[in-house]
Ligand binder design. Sequence first.
Ligand SMILES: [Fe+2]
Length: 304
Amino acid sequence: MMSETTSVTSTSNITNTAATVSNLSYLGVHGKDLDAWQSFLTGVLGVSSKQSDTDLQVRFDEQETRLRVIKGDTNDIQYAGYEVDNEENLLAVKARLDEMGYTTELVDKAQAKEYGVIGLVKTHDPDGLEIHLVYGADIRPDKPFVSPTGVSGFVTGDQGFGHIVLTVKSMDAARQFYEQGLGFKVSDFIAMPMGKHSMELVFLHCNSRHHTLALAPIPMPTRLLHFMMQVENVDDVGLGLERANAAECKITSSLGRHTNDEMFSFYVRSPSGFDVEFGCGARTVDSDWTVKHYKSGSIWGHKR
Ligand SMILES: [Fe+2]
């Protein structure tokens, strides 16, 4: 096994171009109203949340921190953390990004620890979103997660947190960063009807989850359109919808099933204005996956 010193100092010699990110590990979002977020997280989504004066630390599986809601004036995503398998792959992905001309920074162990990981490289996607590449997340199988509202469980593990949908100004630049830089692969495309026109969304995977990331070519100041949390079964989705209605949350998209990942889900407005998709039953992808093109986002439902 390589010593830490040897592997860190040999970054420039790494020739492994096959290393990729393996899942979405965590997210950081800004919120103006932490109390509203605390109620939303524990009462509607059914996750556990530790509140401090400056943030909420959210857990919904064995990983200690999956989501951090940071008190701030914006209502958008602050960073996305993608996991790589080990230190060697972390440095390999960093070296590839460096070669491609992106700016990267290997932060010190103390700062990495603040995010609940052993190793952390920071960079930015072409639209300026802070991207974390991490390995060695803190997990607590000794203290099993128990949902405060009785959700059976969240589908995470090798599939990671869930998925996010980001707006991008340049699809070409974004795809170069996420595909060639981080190693995402295309799952499919949807030409989303927009009045008389349509908008081409691209869906990308880095493990068996159908998509961990989707990119929407919308020139908006905010980046995050929604994040998705996958629960175990239909009852978890239905009970989540009942909790959202009881809390008088805005349901931004009714129950429905998506065409591409076949997710059965609804969308609820978060206290920061972006949506949370809450669903179950998504299909998975494998190495034999064939890229397809869809002309609608949903088979049925998902009415706005
Ligand atoms: Fe989604």
